[in-house]
Design a protein around this ligand. Structure first.
Ligand code: ATP
Ligand code: MG
Length: 245
């Protein structure tokens, strides 16, 4: 569903943030991009979501190229980033309707989907409140509900559990597992090794803009000879990070 080939990205002339990244992700898979702060996760997620162009390399979504089929691709994608901010003076109710109308979802269906999503994430009692009055976790759950309202087969989530408490985080990870079991293709980024361990069918470790290890959590742990994934992740990081980069 997602094919990424030799992506490079430079924001400035003399630094390269993404240094040749390639991978493929199929249906019914949660693929995790695991890396420390500044590794290039958000940059890469924005390129895959076709919101930013790479300096070189290609992204293919469901066999389509963003150069030719951008609108078709956008209908297939659900994207969530740490940068997105909900309008503080709006309400969950109005925001959901607004985005649902952009996707041409019929009125009855909007009502159905909203009731289901709001009930699932405990948003219903807050549906008419101003966004500015809501907690971080509630805002994140609203962003997730809105990003998935058009039921996209491909989900690109940048740090979906960032800033969430254990309970809210669990709601989100359980939901992502359900979506994976329905056959969706999910790519998520995280700097938290336990999120990768709990959720991901395959993990790519991103250090300084390069994938330095890729496989299942068990494979990566075995590869390093460590007893658990936390130690494996540290070992992979230390072996591959260069201070001058
Ligand atoms: N718009 C930009 N212009 C210039 N440099 C940028 C820009 N966005 C990101 N960078 C740089 O690119 C590098 C990677 O940033 P990015 O946000 O992709 O990392 P990240 O892995 O998502 O980090 P974090 O875990 O902190 O979210 C950093 O050195 C950052 O300073
Ligand atoms: Mg980031």
């Amino acid at each position: 569903m997602i094919t990424v080939k030799d992506i490079h990205k430079s924001y400035t002339k003399d630094t390269e943030t993404i240094k040749g990244v390639s991978f493929e992700i199929g249906k019914g898979t949660i693929f995790g991009l695991l890396g420390p702060n500044g590794a290039g996760k958000t940059t890469l997620m924005q390129i895959i979501a076709t919101l930013m162009k790479p300096t070189s390399g290609t992204v293919e979504i469901a066999g389509m190229s963003p150069d030719k089929d951008l609108l078709k691709i956008h209908k297939l994608l659900g994207f969530l980033t740490t940068e997105i901010k909900l309008d503080p003076v709006s309400t969950p109710d109005r925001l959901f309707d607004f985005f649902a109308e952009l996707y041409d979802i019929p009125k009855d269906e909007i009502k159905n989907r909203k009731e289901k999503a709001f009930a699932r994430f405990g948003i219903t009692p807050f549906a008419g409140r101003r966004i500015s009055e809501l907690s971080t976790g509630m805002k994140q759950k609203i962003s997730i509900a809105i990003s998935l309202l058009h039921e996209p087969p491909i989900i690109i989530f940048d740090e979906p559990t960032n800033g969430l408490d254990i309970l809210t985080s669990r709601q989100v990870t359980d939901y992502l597992k359900e979506l994976r079991n329905e056959g969706r293709c999910i790519i998520l980024s995280t700097h938290i090794f336990s999120v990768a361990e709990e959720l991901c069918d395959e993990v790519a470790v991103l250090v300084d803009g390069k994938i330095v290890a890729q496989g299942t959590v068990d494979e990566l742990t075995a590869l390093t000879g460590e007893k658990n994934f936390e130690d494996a992740f540290f070992k992979i990081y230390v072996e591959n990070h260069k201070e001058d980069q």
